[in-house]
Write a protein that binds this ligand. Structure first.
Ligand code: KIV
Length: 272
């Protein structure tokens, strides 16, 4: 392979170094072919545990097993050759102890060849983040609305809408930064709080329904494509893929029923 054909993959330190610079572009990805398309435009791809809801029809992310994350993680690292691939640690795979988190995160890295993992939680996960980063595992943190804590939060609710709640979220951001996270997702955090945190901490903030002043943005790919039946209020649809899929399937069904497909040009003839 010539030097020219070797494309360098984005690393966690590359993302960390983008603090305060050009906005970081990211999307979730669960699938090799769409990962290959997105790879041309994004800095990192997150194999989010939202795949449990988006791909597998669960009501929450809680039932997602580690094996499913590994399977989708492998697909994405096969599809994307340039973007950093970050794989989410699913509920129950890391919260018990730093040792449990290391064992499972090391398995994710070995089996998917991803470049980093993401886990949910702020100050309470700081010890684990430090343990992992000191042992060679780059960690992206995730604070604000943390969907794996849905049963404690009481629903998919925006965080920091009352100023009284800000100090806890600010402390979470500070704690994950000090613990060594290379970036932090701020999900559904009130705009002025997300802007304040972005100014205060030294690692990139990646917003989802947070603030345009975050260091980067992420959306669930199926949501921004217009493929998800139900999306959060903050989601902007950049495409109408659901409508395009339905139109194509409807035409296919009509063609099959009217015997227009396969046409003469699509069938193999016997050669004598
Ligand atoms: O699982 C996921 O897709 C996520 C993003 C919403 C950040 O964590």
């Amino acid at each position: 392979m010539s030097q020219h054909s070797i494309q360098k993959r984005v690393t966690a330190p590359d993302i960390r170094a983008r603090k305060g610079g050009e906005p970081i572009v990211s999307l979730t990805s669960y699938h090799a072919h769409t990962a290959a398309i997105a790879d041309k435009y994004v800095d990192f791809l997150l194999v989010g545990d939202s795949l449990g809801m988006v791909m597998h029809g669960f009501e929450t992310t809680l039932p997602v097993p580690l094996e499913l994350m590994i399977m989708h993680g492998r697909a994405v690292t096969r599809g994307a050759k340039h973007a950093l691939v970050v794989v989410d640690m699913p509920f129950g795979s890391y919260e018990e102890s730093p040792a449990q988190a290391f064992r499972n995160a090391a398995r994710v890295i070995k089996e998917t060849e991803c470049g980093a993992i993401k886990l949910e939680g702020g100050a309470r996960m700081a010890e684990t983040i430090k343990f992992l980063t000191e042992r060679g595992i780059p960690v992206m943190a995730h604070i604000g609305l943390t969907p794996q804590s849905i049963n404690v939060l009481g629903g998919f609710k925006a965080q920091g809408r009352e100023r009284a709640g800000w100090p806890i979220i600010e402390e979470d951001a500070r704690a994950v930064t000090e613990a060594g996270a290379f970036a932090v997702v701020l999900e559904a955090v009130a705009e002025p709080l997300a802007a304040k945190i972005t100014k205060a901490i030294s690692i990139p903030t990646i917003g989802i329904g947070a603030s345009a002043s975050c260091d980067g943005q992420i959306l669930v790919m199926e949501d921004m494509l217009g493929l998800s039946p139900k999306v959060a209020r903050f989601v902007k649809e950049f495409g109408k893929v659901g409508i395009a899929i339905e139109g194509a399937i409807k035409t296919y069904a009509e063609d099959v029923r009217s015997r227009a497909f396969p046409g003469a040009e699509n069938v193999y003839e016997v050669k004598d």
